[in-house]
Write a protein that binds this ligand. Structure first.
Ligand code: 5GP
Ligand code: MN
Length: 327
């Protein structure tokens, strides 16, 4: 009996499975979901990943899997069958499954595998470990428990998950375990150099222009310990950039030497505003995010606003200042 026993039993007895992950997908979300989908198909299960938004441009190469295996695509926007088991991966709360929550809750059995700080569990069976560097680490353990060999494709998906959530093994969530798991992925023959170049060193010109714009618009506060910037839909259109390109912006702000907390606000097509925050070494941005109705991790968190941009900036600044005055 270990933490995976019940989940492994459930997966083994289920034939029709749906995998869900959070909206505004990142590498851990797509990599974990895709690795699990591969493993389930190796076990002869019907399994797809149900999405409601598009895969961001820098991760679109992960769509390649679709064309390699006959039959059902990996990523779907509508369920091609009625699933009995739902597995939510990298998803800290039910709200982040958004419009697909009906599909999740209609399944007879529901599992959650995640590494966010969860306030309440929304699945029947959960493995939630905030100390795990990435959900990809937990999916690696689960696939081993399922007895599926880690082939090159599964290993590359898991590598993308772990590499992106640890900022290329640089963030404070990088652990010995994540290096040990990565060593196992190397043994499966991953093309780590190709994946690193695709994810970190291949940018469209419009994204470079976007990164320049957010530097022009940024404001430092709290004596340079905090920085905030933003982008609007109008500006994105003007420079020919798309919403999914905004995910790299927070890392640009994070580079400023005096900064402990950085915040980036981006206007979504539906008018809502998505906040991303990072802390470098001592501030708790999860607390800031929670005060704003969001959540995440201690050093990486976010929230969603339905107020005008100026108000979202004001609220974010206020809560960051409160946090820094505590430190
Ligand atoms: P990112 O800035 O990369 O979008 O998100 C950083 C972390 O904050 C992620 O772990 C993500 O799950 C969490 N996060 C981002 N936005 C939200 C949100 O609106 N609500 C909650 N609960 N968590 C969020
Ligand atoms: Mn993650």
């Amino acid at each position: 009996m270990n933490k995976w026993t019940d989940i492994v039993k459930l997966i083994k007895k289920s034939d029709d499975i749906v995998i869900l992950t959070h909206t505004n997908m990142d590498g851990d979300a797509i990599g974990s979901a895709s690795a699990l989908c591969h493993a389930l198909r190796h076990m002869g299960k019907r399994s797809v990943i149900l999405l409601e938004d598009d895969i961001p441009g820098y991760l679109r190469f992960m769509h390649d899997h679709d064309s390699k295996e006959g039959g059902l695509p990996f990523f779907v926007k509508e369920m091609p069958y009625e699933p009995h088991l739902a597995v939510a991966v990298d998803c800290g709360d039910a709200g982040r499954i958004e419009k697909r929550f009906d599909v999740f809750s209609s399944c007879a059995d529901r599992i959650c595998v995640d590494h966010h700080i969860q306030t309440e569990h929304f699945a029947d069976y959960s493995v939630v470990e905030p100390d795990a560097s990435a959900t990809g680490i937990l999916i690696y353990q689960l696939i081993n428990e399922l007895g599926v060999p880690i082939d090159k494709e599964i290993a590359e998906d898991l590598y993308v998950a772990i590499m992106t959530d640890t900022g290329c093994f640089r963030y404070s969530n990088t652990t010995a375990e994540c290096h040990l798991v990565t060593a196992e992925l190397y043994k499966a023959g991953i093309e780590f150099d190709k994946l690193g170049t695709l994810i970190y060193d291949t940018l469209p010109l419009s994204q470079i222009k976007l990164e320049a714009m957010i530097i022009v618009w940024m404001e430092l506060f709290e004596g340079g310990k905090a920085v905030i910037s933003y982008i609007t839909q109008d500006k994105l259109k003007e420079i020919g950039a798309t919403y999914d390109m905004t995910s790299s912006c927070i890392d640009v702000l994070r580079k400023i030497d005096t900064v402990e907390v950085c915040a980036f606000l981006k206007e979504h097509e539906d008018g809502s505003i998505k906040l991303s925050m990072r802390a470098k070494s001592y501030a708790d941005v999860n607390r800031v995010a929670r005060a704003l109705g969001g959540g995440g991790h201690v050093r990486a968190a976010g929230a969603t606003f339905n107020v005008p941009m100026e108000e979202a900036i004001r609220l974010t600044r206020e809560k960051i200042s409160e946090e820094l005055s505590r430190c």
